[in-house]
Design a protein around this ligand. Structure first.
Ligand code: FES
Length: 159
């Protein structure tokens, strides 16, 4: 279909875009958007969906994680802390809307909307309402720490 632009009736005034041409263009746009969404759904159905990010990470030996600091691991998706009872993992996903929190001088701060969490992950300042999640740690056969982000543990858990 050809888009026609009528001649400018008066020099200096903007050219008009006929309603029929606008509706035809909008209709074609909607058709292509629907076709694209259908192709994405078909790709997912056939198994071409992008791989889910990993949830388990083999880390260093426990001695690599000192007390008094939070060591970022798993591409910044968690922090390893240590206290007198052992190692623990705090998941970095903010419980407000899912941004990754950053460790700051013994606590955590979310760069998106300013939520703050103390060293145990409890909320100091909103808008987040829930504490940061703890994830399971284990040791593999070689003595490396294994972090499993898909397994939530209580605040009492230590490795
Ligand atoms: S996502 Fe962290 S405060 Fe909103």
């Amino acid at each position: 279909m050809r888009l026609s632009v009528p001649e400018d009736p008066e020099p200096g005034l903007p050219a008009r875009f006929p309603r029929r041409d606008f509706l035809a263009l909008a209709g074609r746009g909607a058709l292509w958007a629907t076709l694209g969404a259908a192709l994405v759904a078909l790709g997912r159905f056939l198994g071409f969906a992008p791989a889910a990010p990993p949830v388990t990470f083999t880390l260093e030996a426990p001695a690599a994680y000192p007390s008094g600091v939070f060591t970022p691991v798993a591409d910044g998706r968690a922090f390893i802390g240590r206290d007198g009872r052992g190692l623990y993992a705090i998941v970095a996903t903010c419980t407000h809307l899912g941004c990754l929190v950053q460790a700051r001088r013994g606590d955590f701060e979310c760069p998106c909307h300013g939520s703050r969490f103390d060293s145990s992950g409890a909320v100091i300042q909103g808008p987040a309402q829930r504490p940061l999640v703890r994830a399971e740690l284990a040791l593999d056969g070689q003595g490396h720490v294994v972090l499993n982000l898909s397994r939530e543990v209580g605040t009492d858990f230590r490795l």
